[in-house]
Design a protein around this ligand. Structure first.
Ligand SMILES: Nc1nc2c(ncn2[C@@H]2O[C@H](COP(=O)(O)OP(=O)(O)O)[C@@H](O)[C@H]2O)c(=O)[nH]1
Ligand SMILES: [Mg+2]
Length: 398
């Protein structure tokens, strides 16, 4: 049996374009290179005021592989694609769908290359303007070029993924398996507009699917108007920042730092408490103050151990039987961190010396090299702790 691919075209006031585009696509479908593919077109129109759907209904009489969905309400690009994808994969039993603009910006002749990439094992294929062989129109004004190029760079930086070169491209091929695992996460409320594209791709990349880019030259539309508005920039920025913050909040490093910060508070408060509770006594050098200090350090260690176990490393939580020995390891690790801080302070004093550096404005605090050694010591100590936690105490289960 032939594999099936459906080219989904969302339309809003595209009657002039769709009239020409359908025959142009049919011509490409006849290419011998893709003879093992059964191809069709699905137009998703939001009841365009220019009655695009009427033109499509008319074309359907000639083209048996042309399908039409009409939404009563305008639901944005993401809404149109989600409806179209559900229809293509479930009703039409497609193996692959294309995302394709009606306005001839996307060269239909590239379709065989997309399908070839899928035959070679790609899960998703992007028509890319920013790899060799691809491009944007030379006549674009500086403003538009800047927005597109810099926008893509910002997205890559914020999402820290530099393997994808064209995040915002609307020319894509998506396999059923990617759709199945990704579409549920994209509620059409939040992803109704163009953010749908970035959201969909980001989910796909995160899930570890193989995404391949095929170059194409973007062509400006000659008929009709672009629906891309300024809210696109705002929505995109909000989306990527939100994703980034979510990822940060979920990261182990962040939780580890929070637990450590909380531990420092616990240490300070319990120190006061022990100083208040302990009776007055003095045995040689062990004074009440020193004992309270030691107890408060141990209290912070217990707090750090508990919260790292139930929160930072909740995915690797220790079994009850492991806790005593792991707690000993945890104490040794903390002692190591303390030794590192002492060693850095001693080395700093020995080789650099203690002297004033500058006065902090407003607070009027004099910063000296001793403080710098302390900060460096704390940071190196934290590195050591995190290293020991992840490699020894909360070792990743295989
Ligand atoms: N059904 C539907 N199609 C839309 C909507 N917004 C844009 N489109 C279509 O999506 C495609 C891309 O839109 P376009 O305005 O060309 O965006 P641009 O290429 O980024 O400027 C075109 O085929 C539009 O007709 C919408 O709200 N609903
Ligand atoms: Mg366009």
């Amino acid at each position: 049996m032939k594999k099936k691919a459906i080219v989904i075209i969302p339309t809003y006031n595209e009657r002039e374009n769709i009239r020409r585009l359908v025959p142009a696509l049919q011509e490409v479908f006849a290419d011998k290179m893709i003879s093992d593919w059964d191809l069709g077109i699905l137009v998703v129109d939001d009841t365009s005021p220019d009655k695009t759907y009427e033109v499509v209904a008319d074309l359907q009489r000639k083209h048996k592989n042309l399908y039409l969905l009409v939404n009563k309400k305008k639901s944005g690009l993401g809404g149109a694609y989600l409806k179209g994808m559900a229809h293509a994969f479930i009703e039409l039993k497609a193996d692959v769908i294309f995302e394709f603009d009606a306005d001839f910006s996307h060269d239909p002749k590239k379709i065989p290359q997309f399908l070839a990439a899928i035959d070679r094992g790609a899960d998703m294929v992007l028509g890319s303007r920013y790899i060799r062989g691809g491009g944007i129109p030379k006549n674009w004004g500086f403003h538009r070029k800047f927005l597109s190029v810099v926008g893509n760079i910002i997205i890559a930086v914020v999402l820290t993924n530099f393997k994808i070169r064209d995040w915002t491209t609307g020319y894509r091929a998506i396999t059923r398996k990617v759709y199945d695992s990704v579409h549920r996460h994209l509620d059409s409320e939040r992803f109704s507009g163009y953010t749908f594209q970035i959201g969909f791709l980001h989910r796909t990349v995160q899930a570890g699917y193989k995404v391949v880019e095929v170059p194409f030259m973007f062509v400006d539309r000659t008929h009709g108007k672009s629906k891309l508005g300024p809210e696109y920039i705002k929505n995109t920025l909000m989306y990527i920042i939100k994703v980034r913050i979510e990822q940060l909040l979920q990261s182990k490093v962040f939780k580890f730092v929070m637990v450590g910060g909380f531990g420092a508070l616990v240490q300070l408060m319990s120190l006061q408490l022990y100083r208040f509770l302990l009776p007055e006594f003095q045995i040689s050098i062990l004074t009440k103050y020193l004992l309270a200090t030691l107890l408060s350090i141990e209290t912070a260690i217990v707090s750090n151990f508990i919260f790292n176990n139930i929160w930072t490393f909740s995915d690797r939580k220790l079994k009850p039987a492991q806790i005593p020995s792991k707690f000993v390891q945890f104490n040794l690790t903390s002692m190591g961190s303390l030794l590192i801080q002492l060693a850095i302070a001693a080395a700093g004093q020995q080789f650099i010396g203690i002297f004033d550096l500058f006065t902090l404005p407003i607070l009027n605090v004099v910063v000296d090299t001793g403080m710098v050694f302390a900060v460096v010591g704390i940071l190196v100590g934290m590195f050591w702790n995190f290293f020991a936690y992840t490699t020894f105490i909360w070792k990743k289960k295989k």
